[in-house]
Design a protein around this ligand. Structure first.
Ligand SMILES: NC(=O)N[C@@H](CC(=O)O)C(=O)O
Ligand SMILES: [Zn+2]
Ligand SMILES: [Zn+2]
Length: 428
């Protein structure tokens, strides 16, 4: 079927201009057929009211919890939440139960994702069997089954020798290794960053647990020529190390989360699990370094690390509650409202970091809107203010510290390969 989207304003990613135009898409070929005025009649017309048309966002780091933790999220609920957040593709982490360490499990996730009929889901498979950090999985078989990268996210691989071998094998297969950098001998099950931990009488998770492992893996990636992707960067020395690695020509890319860009440990007013996330919310100096690193391109992309947990789990005492925050339905409005509107970055730069660069970093299709390219599109309303209300999320997870915040830029429509995967009540 051919769909015509009218009434939207298309963002030019080169000069940032917005142009009122129609877009004609086809959900059989999945591509954009035409962009312009007075396009031919289509089978269906979707009328917008000035929403901004953007390439669908791509998240290189989410947790969809299936198999094994369906009470937190399912592939279906997570992929629908992603579509509502303007995402057309998400890469899901393998810390499920069982962890995604076999080709069968990778294929299982892909099938469930297709059945969900929402955002595209790209599985990331384990580096080590059972994420136990002891022996490597079969990278070639996992890639053949559809894994787009490797990670033991949730944990760092403690054994540097094993990690070296992982980089050697991943390089041969051109698979990125996405690292959760946490040296457990330094982190020691700490919960908050030093300032908040001392203030609230909670255990400390020192930032060097992150930067030390990033330093190790930069050196290993340099020697092996592998692609190192650093997850959820949160401390100033980590930003400096990644900047240094890029100057040396190491193949390294890095992500930053919305919560590490917008919050610091100063925002933690009580020992509440809603603030418990790994890596922890850091100092204001660290937050500023992440923001500067994001603005100068050292940190390439935004990734949400969408980590849903049940209300019951997050109601436990702080030490027993799990780490993690949801983010997929609020990231664009939060960053639009708090970075673009105050003039810290342009809209096109934010879209480059949420759509174009994630696609380029992992070699995925999408990330731009052009005739003949994939019809992966979202339409955001930058004029209407909404208050973030977790009870309205499509995700099963409501664990966000941004509840009650006001923002603009929520998606009203999302299309994947020309099919509507999300449509708000505002769109007819
Ligand atoms: N970020 C988190 O705090 N939690 C993640 C694991 C992870 O991303 O390390 C989770 O799986 O819940
Ligand atoms: Zn992690
Ligand atoms: Zn994660």
């Amino acid at each position: 079927m051919k769909r015509k989207i009218t009434g939207g304003r298309l963002l030019n990613l080169t000069d940032g201009s917005l142009t009122k135009t129609e877009i004609l898409v086809d959900d059989v070929s999945g591509v954009v057929l035409a962009i312009g005025d007075d396009l031919p009649v289509a089978d269906e017309v979707i009328s917008l009211q000035g929403e901004v048309l953007l390439p669908g966002f791509i998240d290189l780091h989410v947790h969809l919890r299936e198999p094994g933790f369906e009470h937190k999220e399912t592939i279906q609920s997570g992929a629908r939440a992603a579509a509502a957040g303007g995402f057309t593709k998400v890469a899901c982490m393998p810390n499920t139960n069982p962890p995604l360490d076999t080709p069968e499990l990778v294929r299982y996730v892909r099938k469930k994702a297709i059945d969900a009929g929402a955002a595209g889901v790209l599985p990331i498979a384990c580096i080590t069997k059972n994420e136990a950090g002891e022996s490597l999985t079969d990278f070639a078989a996992l890639k053949a089954a559809g894994a787009i990268a490797l990670s033991d996210d949730g944990k760092g691989v403690q054994d540097g020798g094993l990690m070296r071998e992982a980089f050697v094998q991943a390089q041969k297969l051109s698979l990125p290794i996405s690292i959760h950098a946490e040296d457990e001998s330094i982190a020691r099950d700490g919960v908050f960053n030093e300032g908040a931990a001392l203030r609230l009488g909670v255990s400390i998770q020192h930032g060097e647990s992150e930067s030390a492992m990033i330093a190790r893996d930069i050196l290993l990636a340099e020697q092996t020529g592998a692609h190192l992707h650093v997850c959820h960067v949160s401390v100033e020395p980590a930003v400096a190390l990644i900047r240094w690695a890029k100057q040396r020509g190491v193949h390294v890319t890095a992500e930053v989360t919305p919560h590490h860009l917008l919050l610091s440990e100063a925002s933690i007013d009580r020992a509440d699990p809603v603030y418990k996330v790994n890596p922890p919310l850091r100092s204001e100096t660290d937050r500023q370094a992440c923001l500067a690193g994001f603005l100068d391109g050292t940190l390439d992309v935004v990734a949400t690390d969408h980590a849903p947990h049940s209300a019951e789990e997050k109601a436990r005492p702080l030490s027993a509650a799990p780490f993690g925050m949801v983010g997929i339905e609020t990231v664009f409005p939060l960053l639009y409202t708090h970075l673009v509107e105050p003039g810290l970055m342009s809209l096109q730069e934010l879209v480059l970091r949420m759509s174009t660069k994630p696609a380029l970093a992992f070699g995925l299709s999408g990330g731009v809107i052009r005739v003949g390219g994939p019809a992966d599109i979202t339409a955001v309303d930058v004029d209407t203010t909404h208050t973030i209300d977790p009870t309205k999320f499509l995700s099963k997870g409501t664990n966000t510290p941004f509840a009650g915040w006001q923002a603009r830029g929520f998606s009203n429509l999302t299309l994947l390969q020309g099919k509507v995967i999300y449509q708000s009540r505002e769109v007819k």
